[in-house]
Design a protein around this ligand. Structure first.
Ligand code: TYD
Ligand code: MG
Length: 451
């Protein structure tokens, strides 16, 4: 086979150059030239089926629901939006050791009963995977295994075996003969993923890529894969606790932001179908510096404890550390707390943590962060069994959040007695067992800590 021609293109401006250079000749950016395969001209004008595209009226397009194949791992299906789709390409990212291979082996084993599944392992030997299968009690799982890292060989195996679903563990180990870059480089990862995506679309095979996350938290190389694939899932969680979350960041076939909750056990991942109380510490009495928020990451409310510790500055300058909460958001909230709540934090170190390794991206947690910090600094606990939620604005106002009633109901179900909520989130009818305290401004929330 003649070697495909390679070119170097700039990841910043897209300029192309026949040779690698340290600086892009077009835009002047450094270290942005990446090797790629020069696409032969005709394919640029053809669609995935290889034919010329035609213009059609939107109404004439037959928009059937894409049929889904549930994997049988319930929490995984929930994040996928019901199951896998033929021709759909999924990227599952996460830290090493979090459980990506375990989850996909469990899913493959269940899928294999009804559909041919090919599990390509590039990181581990077939024996290592078999050992994991033994541990999971899946030794007789009807799954075809292939230990291979060369893209061309994998595509040939897909052609020969005709699987309905393929797992690639991991995309960073693959390389194609067409490029000279090392496996794991941006060029190789992007090219291999693009080739396999083409195979998926042309043959109607569903493909799952495992992707490693770099230190910066992005899937290598620099998020290039997220654009190529249909669905992006991230595995989250604290490796020291047994809980694992799988979050959909992007999903062309379902709702993004859906969340699957698992517990890592001796025998693999087990779905947790009622996760709302997992992320609470269960103090025997109210403690200062703790506030509980109901977040709606995905379709189910999840109660999460936000803890804050505010202590006089230990070093030269105050430290602000946020775990599970955006650090920029924390800085903003501390400024609002100072200006509108009259609480001075300049001389203090501030540490904030969302319990259980969960990540909260929702602004609904703002008020809980604010109250936890204020509670710690004043050493005054919030009332026991109290739920807090609301978005905090820069002008010191507390803004409503979506689906407030669902959040309050969930807390009531778990025996909470009080809910501190934005005025506009006050339900029209009272909710059994829970007393509502509405707050309009940061002042109001601070007043509650003085009671
Ligand atoms: P793994 O799926 O290999 O992680 P990844 O592919 O994301 O790198 O999971 C590795 C961790 O999971 C490892 O530390 C051991 C633990 N584990 C269990 O606790 N129980 C099990 O049944 C299995 C298979 C793994
Ligand atoms: Mg693995």
């Amino acid at each position: 086979m003649a070697k495909a021609k390679t070119i170097y293109s700039c990841t910043e401006c897209g300029a192309q150059s026949p040779k690698w250079q340290g600086q892009c000749p077009q835009c002047g950016a450094w270290n942005t030239l990446v090797e790629s395969v020069a696409a032969p001209a005709p394919t640029r004008f053809a669609n995935v089926a290889g034919a010329r595209s035609t213009v059609r009226a939107l109404a004439s397009v037959d928009a059937r629901e894409t049929p889904r194949t549930p994997t049988g791992v319930e929490e995984f299906d929930r994040v996928l939006g019901g199951g896998l789709v033929s021709g759909g390409v999924i990227l599952l990212g996460g830290d090493p050791g979090i459980g990506k291979s375990t989850l996909l082996l469990q899913a493959s084993a269940l899928l294999g009963a009804a559909h041919p599944v090919l599990y390509v392992t590039g990181e581990e030997s077939v024996e290592q995977v078999a050992m994991r299968a033994q541990r999971l009690g899946l030794v007789n799982a009807p799954v075809s295994m292939l230990a291979e890292v060369q893209l061309e060989a994998i595509v040939a195996a897909i052609d020969a075996q005709q699987p309905a679903f393929v797992v690639i563990d991991s995309i960073q180990t693959l390389y194609t003969e067409a490029l000279t870059s090392a496996p794991g480089s941006v060029a190789q990862v992007r090219e291999c993923a693009a080739q396999l995506t083409r195979v998926a679309k042309q043959r109607g095979v569903g493909i799952l890529f495992v992707g490693h996350v770099t230190k910066e938290g992005a899937i290598a190389g620099p998020r290039v894969l997220e654009h190529i694939v249909d669905t992006v899932l991230y595995f989250e969680g604290d490796t020291h606790s047994s809980f694992r979350l799988v979050r959909a960041i992007k999903n062309r076939f379902g709702a993004a932001n859906e969340l699957g909750v698992f517990a890592m056990t001796e025998r693999g991942l087990r779905g947790v179908n009622n996760p709302s109380a997992l992320f609470l510490s269960h103090h025997s009495e109210a403690v200062a510096g703790s506030a509980i928020v109901a977040t709606l990451e995905g379709s189910r409310p999840l109660l999460v404890e936000v803890q804050a510790l505010v202590d006089p500055v230990a070093g030269a300058s105050p430290r602000r550390l946020a775990v599970g909460i955006d650090a920029q958001r924390l800085a903003l909230l501390l400024a609002v707390l100072h200006r509108h709540g009259g609480v001075e934090v300049a001389g203090y170190d501030v540490f904030v943590n969302a319990v259980g390794g969960v990540r909260i991206d929702e602004p609904a947690a703002d008020l809980a962060v604010l109250m936890a910090v204020a509670s710690s600094i004043k050493n005054k606990p919030l009332h026991d069994k109290t739920l807090v939620f609301g978005e905090v604005g820069l002008a010191g106002e507390i803004r409503p959040v979506q689906r407030g009633v669902d959040r309050i109901r969930e807390a009531a179900k778990l025996g909470f007695k009080t809910a501190v909520v934005p005025v506009a989130n006050k339900p029209k009818q009272s909710i059994d067992g829970i007393t509502l305290r509405t707050v309009e401004r940061v002042d109001d929330a601070m007043a509650m800590l003085r009671e």
